[in-house]
Design a protein around this ligand. Sequence first.
Ligand SMILES: C[S@@+](CC[C@H](N)C(=O)[O-])C[C@H]1O[C@@H](n2cnc3c(N)ncnc32)[C@H](O)[C@@H]1O
Length: 246
Amino acid sequence: MEQTEDRRSPEADPPSDPGDRPRRAIRSFVLREGRLTAAQERAFSELWPRFGVDWTPGVPLDLAALFGNDRPVVLEIGFGNGESLAEMAERDPERNWLGIEVHRPGVGHLLLEIERRGLSNLRVMRHDAIEVLREGIEPGALDTVQLFFPDPWPKKRHHKRRILSPALVELLARVIRPGGIFHAATDWAHYAEQMLEVLDGAADLFENTAGAGAYAPRPANRPLTKFEQRGERLGHPVADLIYRRR
Ligand SMILES: C[S@@+](CC[C@H](N)C(=O)[O-])C[C@H]1O[C@@H](n2cnc3c(N)ncnc32)[C@H](O)[C@@H]1O
């Protein structure tokens, strides 16, 4: 299906950071900081110490210590403003939830949601999720990983920035327990096809719960996300992809 770019996509070529080394790793995001609201500023000073998780390169997280129990952990990559993540965590208190996002206002927004809903089973990291998956999670430590509406990077020359790639699938296979779930959703038809190809291509690691070559029915427990709502207004159909770790 032909889709045109919309305002959600980072359309310009990503700016290079002044401190960049040549040939740095290609990242799935461009940091556009945006301004924090006064409430988000307060969230960082008052709520981060309670619900935020600092990143120490190369040191795996002690998830049981982080949550104060050893319940199953769901990790969400790129939660945006975090409202759908907070809703899922509130509805499912028997599991622990860890959100990772690089966008500072989104992190501030989720901290406020945690406070507003009085959640004790949700923690937040502000870092590149790829690095966290690679260095910060012990093998088999996660029950579920979810990736909802990742940046589509629609221009062909930017496809290499798409976060769902064979390299991500390798990382996921290491951190998701046998029988655990990887759930992705996108409203970008070309990206959905690529996700299906990459994930079905790793059939030795992950089983497509809908059967090879098929998208999954939308699960009832996935709330509408902010980016999904915008996609709906643009008439984009949504594909869910749900895979079980072998
Ligand atoms: C298109 S938005 C979708 C946000 C949210 N999931 C939703 O559906 O509303 C993608 C988000 O992923 C975040 N992101 C992209 N790459 C990331 C990475 N490597 N680590 C953490 N967050 C990332 C971006 O900052 C952005 O907020």
